[in-house]
Write a protein that binds this ligand. Sequence first.
Ligand SMILES: [Zn+2]
Length: 253
Amino acid sequence: MPNTIFAILAHPDDAEFLCAGTLIRLKREHGWDVHIASMTPGDCGSVEHGPAEISRIRRAEGTHAAALIGASYHCVEERDLLVVYGEPALEKVTRLIRKVQPNVLITHSPTDYMVDHEQTSLIVRAAAFGAPIPNFFADRNIGATLDHIPHLYYCDPIEGKDPLGRDVPPGFCIDIGGVIDVKAEMLARHASQRDWLMKHHGMDQYIQAMRDWGSHRGKQCAVKFAEGFRQHLGHSYPQDNILGKLLGELKVR
Ligand SMILES: [Zn+2]
């Protein structure tokens, strides 16, 4: 089995904002398989299309963006603003994790600007714990158990702050300066979102916001662009920093 990283985030473009640089580097430098999932198809992300139409468009954009780096895109088919920790979502995500069999999982920060992100974080954390347990959903045929809990990492919350505006510093950063243009190209493939903001703001705010945040984290650790992460280090989760070891762990000054 090849080494596999799986980013499970709330909405179709979250990976391209938060962790795509790290995914690209693992793929290119270490030959890892890359999978990206969104909990929803982004069904509220439009003012001109209804939910079914924008979902169809955004699933295709997610697939197209992932394909740029040879990654696979999956949609868990929950709905925007309705991602909730509970049995249905937990079963679907555990099933997906068992199908992909990742060594490493990436998800949202436990505290973030919107509830979909926070609930996704909780669901992925619990599914990572349950994926190796044979009796978890034992009667539902949800796939082969993992050998052990995968490494689990949290992305920066959006704008690096929690809902009360408090700074959430990363545990470490990964240098993405060499792949920032590929990351931007992936993000640009979410054309429905980019065009919407372009019309609304009169500038390419979508790509610029991603670059600005990467540059902000980069400055904090003396590189041009970086992505910040925290590792889940609770009891029984892997404790060694495999991402940091493979890609170089930068400390925030
Ligand atoms: Zn999101």
